[in-house]
Design a protein around this ligand. Structure first.
Ligand code: ADP
Ligand code: ASP
Ligand code: MG
Length: 444
């Protein structure tokens, strides 16, 4: 069984949806059971986020305007995607229902809430999958639309519950023993209170990987708008090239440290069940893309990624001098406020850590302040150089740092992972740093 996920651009227009139909019904795939995970059409989730912001700000007229514009875009797709009046009518009714519901959620006088926001954010994937299912129906392609809210669930720590997902997805699939093609929503889920929730922005990749792990798929395909994982961020650097093979660990580091092509957690479920993940390009399906599996071909530097919006917390205390247990006290503060630490460096009386979730930073500073002096620097970026067994070869560190002679480096993390060397820089130096590493490490 295969899982194929199509991102926003890949389902972003009538033309693209028709393309998806071809990609999921090739001679090779036709006879296999497959689950298709769809994102919202491109721009939709951004629109829904924008509407939520307007509703929180009580800007009802503007919210109503954005909803109307969005509805018009969807109405236009009806004329482009479907042929028969019968299906056009059904889709028109579908849009009536969803946009009617969106307007109810956006009602003046009734306070907008986090739950309403999450129900609103789910609309994008609910629309794209229902519309695609109607397209398949019109084209006599047998398929079943599965409601992800029936099986995708996160716990009270926002962590997916793989056992629950496996059990409940199995129940759904067993309702249709003879069916080969299933369509479902990425991104959306239920939480531990049974409310509609989501796996955070870009979460459809994560949905696909969780579904793949849940059914022990033989492959997870992530179809997007680029020919695989590139060696550097194509949005920032002029010349980048695709990487043919990556190990799970390498890909996980790149995703976690900012390679937007994958949601940060995508690799975890696939790695746990040793399921290869293939990154492919909807616009150029003949390209090889990237295969992510337990082993990668060569031990070399593979790629660079950057994670923005990082805050450096520098903690200084003479109590640390020759003392044991200090780090535990310090980490306990971050743990108490559920704030993950990315990088850490220590010296005799100082510890520097980086975090990207600053929700509880004030409380953390106050508690750390009881036994140390704390300094905060924001607008930082972690630059992560990833490769296989880098820590076991001579010369990589030299190659990295000689490329960056002109950059002010704030922190260095080397040796923690065999696959990764991380450095912290000011975000204003990011483009320069990525370009310099591209030249120094890849000669590009
Ligand atoms: P989708 O909507 O299909 O999920 P995304 O926009 O989330 O697509 O991810 C694909 C985009 O990720 C690419 O268009 C590219 O600009 C960006 N990206 C960032 N870093 C990388 C990288 N290292 N390799 C490939 N793409 C990357
Ligand atoms: N539609 C969601 C987003 O834009 C999820 C995804 O595309 O992966 O974040
Ligand atoms: Mg994405």
């Amino acid at each position: 069984m295969k899982v194929l996920k199509f991102g926003g651009t890949s389902v972003g227009s009538a033309e693209r949806m028709k393309g998806v139909n071809e990609l999921i019904n090739t001679e090779e795939l036709k006879s296999q059971q497959r689950i298709i995970v769809l994102s919202a059409m491109s721009g939709t989730t951004n629109n829904l986020v924008h509407i939520s912001e307007l509703l929180y700000a009580k800007n009802y007229p503007q919210a109503a305007l954005v909803i109307t514009e969005m509805e018009l875009k969807y109405r236009k797709v009806i004329g482009e995607l479907y042929q028969t009046d019968e299906i056009k009518e059904k889709v028109s009714h579908l849009l009536d229902t969803h946009f009617g519901h969106i307007r109810t959620l956006a009602k003046e006088k009734e306070r907008f809430s986090s739950l309403k926001e999450r129900i609103l954010l789910a609309k994008g994937e609910q629309l794209s999958t229902a519309m695609f299912q109607y397209f398949l129906e019109e084209n006599k392609v047998k398929s079943v639309l599965l409601d992800a809210l029936e099986f995708m669930r996160i716990d009270e720590n926002n962590e997916p519950e793989l056992d629950f997902i496996s059990e409940n997805l199995k129940i759904e699939l067993e309702k249709y023993p003879d069916n080969l093609l299933f369509i479902t929503q990425g991104y959306i889920c239920k939480n531990s209170f049974g409310e509609t929730d989501n796996l955070k922005r870009g979460g459809s990749d994560y949905s696909a990987s969780l579904i793949g792990a849940a059914i022990y798929a033989d492959e997870i395909q992530i179809w997007t708008d680029i020919d695989g994982m590139h060696n550097n961020d194509p949005r920032v650097v002029d010349k980048t090239v695709p990487i043919a093979e990556l190990s799970f660990d390498e890909a996980a580091e790149l995703a976690y440290f900012g390679a937007k092509i994958l949601h940060p957690s995508t690799i975890t479920p696939a790695k746990a069940r040793n399921i290869p993940v293939r990154l492919l390009n909807t616009m150029a399906p003949e390209m090889k893309g990237t295969v992510i599996a337990s082993k990668s071909a060569s031990s070399d530097i593979k790629a660079i990624a950057a994670k923005d919006n990082i805050t450096m917390v520098n903690i200084r205390s003479t109590r640390m001098l020759l003392a044991y247990g200090f780090l535990r006290t310090l980490f306990a503060v971050f743990e108490k406020y559920k704030t993950p630490i990315d990088m850490i460096t220590t010296s005799e009386i100082c510890v520097s850590v980086t975090i990207d979730n600053t929700t509880n930073l004030d409380k953390i500073i106050a508690e750390l302040g009881e036994f140390s002096s704390v300094e905060i620097t924001d607008n930082q970026s972690i630059i992560c150089v990833v490769g296989d067994s880098m820590g076991e070869h001579i010369g990589y560190a030299n190659k990295i740092f000689s490329s960056l002679e002109h950059v002010l480096i704030k922190m260095i993390s080397y040796g923690g992972s065999k696959n990764n060397v991380s450095i912290l820089i000011d975000s204003k130096d990011k483009k320069d740093t990525l370009q310099a590493l591209n030249k120094g490490l890849f000669n590009l």
